[in-house]
Design a protein around this ligand. Structure first.
Ligand SMILES: *Cc1c(COP(=O)(O)O)cnc(C)c1O
Length: 406
């Protein structure tokens, strides 16, 4: 109907909305890749990225997407026949484990299902049974983009320590970086993965792998290391080109500089995290009200375990798909599909949808998305409670402290 005019809002959990400033920063001719400008720019970016994940460790940048970060971590740390433990709380830790398995690593998995976070007691039991320390690493996601659960990384790290187990802790922060607070050193993660196209508000194409000295040591004998993924040369290059194992991704670096400028040096990380939390709460209050008068439910019932960057919602088949179709055709809003939500009764997962609320978002985008969903529900005849938009608007008018905005 009207969706071809105005701006489309792609509210899927990545790639996220790219700010005009970031697009403009990328729109320039390639610089001399041997210039000091590019060298200085890159070292500044690395400092900022380390500040973002709060680590004194190393940061390697790859020209890759998130899957590349997965492969980079496996390649640098393991040898064929090593064993890792995957903690599955949705879809993405298994994806990572699948890469490890394809490369010859032995993968053991604890599956916590689609609707809950990691149960640290089960983790501790498994680690205690591994008395000869076969498990080299524990692989987990901070936020699983399919289930929208957020795992408690400190609790996982403490469980590994309490079991007296030497396994490294590897964390995929691809969906959470720059949306939810993350403190790599403080929380006890040894390796952290991220990518450019979610909270960092950039196009896909850059992957980041952060690692500490423990991980560096553990990976010294890795026989899966290949020249392109080798992190050692990237963080300690003899020549600048080795940082990227070839030509630097110039446009993406200019874009990243602009996005880090906006997030760290202008808005400030505390405010970035508070904004994500506030807007997530606005969405949750709307979903809560809709659910009071009909079958709509959160995939993750406990709000303290929900991501601030993506929310997975169960509407019941076929209403998730019907809603997504309606809002994309009529409102210029794209919602995420129900990933990993298929069941024997609903093999295409038509009952679920996800709202991506990561990166360059503000109240009018979120309130507009929620009002479009309300219109969509009305149009497809979906039974639901009233008052969702009022509840979301009220939430947008609050500070983090719960006080009204001045
Ligand atoms: C998006 C995502 C990935 C995969 O990233 P790609 O860039 O699509 O390869 C991996 N893990 C998580 C948690 C993600 O959200």
């Amino acid at each position: 109907m009207y969706a071809s005019s105005g701006r489309t809002y792609t509210a899927i959990p990545g790639p996220s909305v790219i700010p005009d400033r970031v697009l403009n920063a990328m729109h320039r001719a390639s610089p001399d890749i041997y210039s000091t400008e590019l060298r200085d720019l890159t070292s500044g970016l690395i400092d900022d990225l380390k500040g973002l994940v709060r680590t004194k460790g190393e940061a390697a940048i790859y020209i890759a997407n998130g899957h590349g970060a997965w492969e980079a971590s496996v390649s640098n740390l393991f040898s064929r026949g090593d064993t890792v433990l995957v903690l599955e709380t949705g879809l993405f830790a298994n994806g990572w484990g699948g890469f490890a398995s394809a490369l010859g690593v032995n993968v053991e998995t604890i599956d916590f299902g689609m609707r809950s976070d990691v149960d640290c007691e089960r983790l501790a039991e498994t680690l205690k049974q591994d008395s000869d320390g076969r498990i080299k690493a524990v692989l987990t996601v901070h936020v699983d983009t399919a289930s929208s659960v957020r795992n408690d990384i400190t609790a996982i790290s403490k469980a590994i320590q309490a079991a007296g187990h030497p396994a490294l802790l590897l964390v995929d922060c691809i969906a959470s970086l720059a949306c939810d607070d993350f403190q790599m050193d403080e929380w006890g993660a040894d390796v952290v993965l991220a990518a450019s196209q979610k909270g960092l508000m950039l196009a896909p194409g850059l992957a980041f792998v952060f690692f500490n000295q423990r991980a560096l040591q553990a990976g010294r004998s890795a026989d899966l290391r290949t020249p392109y993924w080798d992190w050692q040369r990237r963080v300690d290059p003899d020549e600048f080109y080795q940082r990227f194992c070839g030509t630097a991704p110039t446009s993406l670096l200019f874009g990243l500089h602009e996005s880090l400028q906006m997030l760290i040096h202008e808005e400030g990380l505390a405010s970035v995290f508070e904004r994500h939390e506030r807007l997530a709460r606005a969405i949750w209050s709307a979903v809560g009200m809709w659910g009071q008068g009909g079958p709509l439910e959160f995939n993750i019932p406990d709000p303290s375990k929900r991501s601030h960057a993506v929310t997975a919602i169960r509407a019941g088949p076929p209403y998730g798909s019907k809603l997504r179709d309606w809002v994309s055709r009529n409102a210029g809003l794209n919602l995420g599909i129900g990933l990993g939500m298929s069941t024997p009764e609903d093999s295409e997962a038509t009952g679920s949808f996800r709202i991506g609320h990561m990166g360059h978002i503000n109240p009018h985008m979120i309130l507009g998305a929620l009002a479009s969903i309300e219109a969509g529900f009305e149009a497809i005849g979906y039974r639901r409670g009233r008052g969702a938009l009022e509840a979301a608007a009220a939430e947008c008018g609050l500070k983090d402290s719960g006080q009204p905005l001045a």
